[in-house]
Design a protein around this ligand. Structure first.
Ligand code: NAP
Length: 248
């Protein structure tokens, strides 16, 4: 399939690790120039730059701060002249349940996962509207559908909110030529889920129809699909990437 992404410019928040890094690699392989926005993107950007000389940028941002989220977008435009694709993969995951969760963890999780997504996407839509074309892919989670396993209430709430936000942003962005969709991953083996107990990961694998947990590349493949030129009639959608864990 020709994705039509050759020469486009992509911004990936959380691009230094896990799903974001896999998405950045996959988008670069399709010919995108890629800006990695993360708390510390230097190592990942250097690795990607070796494979794609001149096609990789990096910007240090904390997406929970609105001005820094907007800075991620302006950095991509300053470096590469335009913005076509945004992947909002920056995220945090709290392990405490309802009774153990601190007020600070609640606020931090919502600030990164929900507000960070909103502020990056809002600025990106404005930048994409200049060219009348854009693709935004947000990161939800099957935890929003199941109520979570090890994931706590702030994580579940933030990801459910991202799914609603995706639909609202799709309505705002559609007339500007920009689609907004979310991927809804099940358990994906990344540094984030490395923190889970091994038995939790093993049980999660048995709950899928394919008998395994996901890889970052499994999610990146769907992100590339949603970012591609030919998917212009798909917007406000949620695409499960969960091995059949949840079907809706
Ligand atoms: P990951 O490997 O931990 O990657 C997340 C990246 O986001 C890390 O580089 C992290 O930096 C960065 N980050 C955290 N807070 C940030 C902030 N305030 N500003 C900028 N960057 C920040 O996790 P992942 O598993 O790839 O998760 C990526 C996304 O997918 C998240 O939104 C997650 O909720 C979602 N997701 C993951 C799974 C899964 O099973 N893995 C399932 C469903 C959804 P540090 O490492 O320095 O904190």
């Amino acid at each position: 399939m020709d994705t039509g992404l050759d020469g486009k410019v992509a911004l990936v928040t959380g691009g230094a690790s896990g799903i974001g890094l896999a998405a950045a690699r996959a988008l670069a392989a399709e010919g995108c120039r890629v800006m990695l926005a993360d708390l510390d993107p230097r190592t990942a950007a250097a690795e990607l730059e070796r494979a794609h000389p001149g096609a990789v940028g990096e910007v240090v941002v904390d997406v929970s701060a609105p001005a820094q989220a907007r800075r991620a977008v302006s950095a991509a435009v300053e470096r590469f002249g335009r913005l076509d694709v945004l992947v909002t993969s920056a995220g945090v995951y709290e392990t405490q349940g309802v009774d153990g969760l601190s007020d600070e963890e609640w606020d931090r999780t919502l600030a990164v996962n929900l507000s960070g997504t909103y502020h990056c996407a809002h600025a990106a839509i404005d930048a994409m509207a200049v060219n009348g074309w854009g693709r935004i892919v947000t990161l939800a989670s099957s935890a929003a559908q199941t109520g979570g396993g090890a994931g706590g209430p702030a994580y579940v709430a933030s990801k459910a909110a991202v799914m609603g936000l995706t639909r609202s942003l799709a309505k705002h962005a559609g007339p500007k030529g920009v689609t907004v969709n979310s991927v809804v991953p099940g358990l994906i083996e990344t540094p984030m889920t490395d923190r889970l107990r091994p038995e939790h990961r093993e049980i999660a694998a048995t709950l899928t129809l394919v008998g395994r947990n996901g890889t970052p590349a499994d999610v990146a493949a769907v992100i590339v699909m949603l970012a591609s030129e030919g998917l212009g009639f798909v917007t406000g959608s949620h695409v499960n990437v969960n091995g059949g864990l949840v079907m809706d």
